[in-house]
Design a protein around this ligand. Structure first.
Ligand SMILES: CC(=O)[C@@H](O)[C@H](O)COP(=O)(O)O
Ligand SMILES: NCC(=O)COP(=O)(O)O
Length: 248
């Protein structure tokens, strides 16, 4: 059984760096240390307002990852806004289409494919022509998985905030069942599965133990908060241990 890959989202490092015009903490150095510690990928979400990841970060990370051919670069964003420019310029292994508006504080919902599916289809096809795998950021709704496959997606990224919010409450089991049903529907539709948003070292193993077929988790906020205490390398190794625990 394939073990789930860890893709580290470095948005937060850029957000800290942007507080002052001093150029540190370095986004590329954070990514390098995470790769050296065993992370299988790096994720960025270059939002139009450049609140954290800026175009030069994307270019510098793409350059860094050329030296790591067995690792992946995942660029997230809204393809109706600025994402496709980054996909055309940097040719990442994966792009994740996220339906965020420009002023959203963070990602908080998946695509409504009944509304946007046909508009997404040519952009998915273009990303494929550029050599990128396409993942659609989706809520955990089993009935939406067939539509994701129908518009050409390779993967769905299940938006895991509702699971994380229920962690440690009586609603945890129901959320896990919801994500398990959605993952099975995705598998039945011929999709692969990613997952992300508010995952952390407490809730990660239980999710991966129950939800089938998760190929990749992209984790940023909690992992970087842990790295402020433990350092990048020890933190990545701890998250990899959580993943191992799920498959033990
Ligand atoms: C798509 C997703 O759930 C996250 O990667 C999100 O992109 C995080 O964005 P911020 O770091 O701007 O909150
Ligand atoms: N796609 C999810 C991601 O990249 C990071 O989300 P978070 O861990 O910062 O919530």
């Amino acid at each position: 059984m394939n073990k789930t890959a860890l893709s580290v989202n470095v948005n937060l490092v850029a957000q800290v760096r942007n507080r002052r015009n001093l150029g540190f903490p370095s986004v590329t150095r954070a990514a390098l240390l995470c790769l050296q510690a065993g992370a299988q990928g790096i994720t960025v979400h270059p939002r139009p307002d450049e609140r954290h990841i800026r175009p030069h970060d994307v270019q510098e990370l793409a350059e860094l990852l050329k030296a790591w051919p067995d690792r992946e670069f995942n660029i997230e964003g809204n393809p109706f806004q600025n994402l496709m420019g980054f996909v055309r310029a940097q040719r990442p292994q994966q792009c994740t289409f996220v339906p965020d508006s420009e002023d959203q504080p963070t990602s908080d919902h998946g695509w409504d494919l009944t509304r946007d599916g046909e508009r997404l289809r040519p952009l998915i096809a273009e990303a494929h022509a550029l050599g990128a795998r396409v993942s659609l950021f989706m809520d955990a709704e089993p009935q939406a998985m067939a539509a994701a496959k129908a518009v050409g997606a390779d993967r769905v990224e299940l938006y895991t905030e509702p699971y994380a919010a229920a962690w440690g409450t009586p609603g945890q089991a129901a959320q896990l069942q919801r994500f398990t049903r959605t993952a099975q529907a995705a598998i039945d539709a011929g999709l692969e599965i990613n997952a992300g948003h508010d995952l952390n070292r407490d809730n990660l193993a239980a999710f991966l133990k129950q939800v089938p077929g998760v190929r990749e988790v992209s984790i940023g906020h909690a992992l970087m908060a842990d790295a402020l205490e433990l350092g990048y390398a020890a933190t990545v190794k701890e998250y990899l241990r959580c993943i191992d625990q799920a498959f033990a």
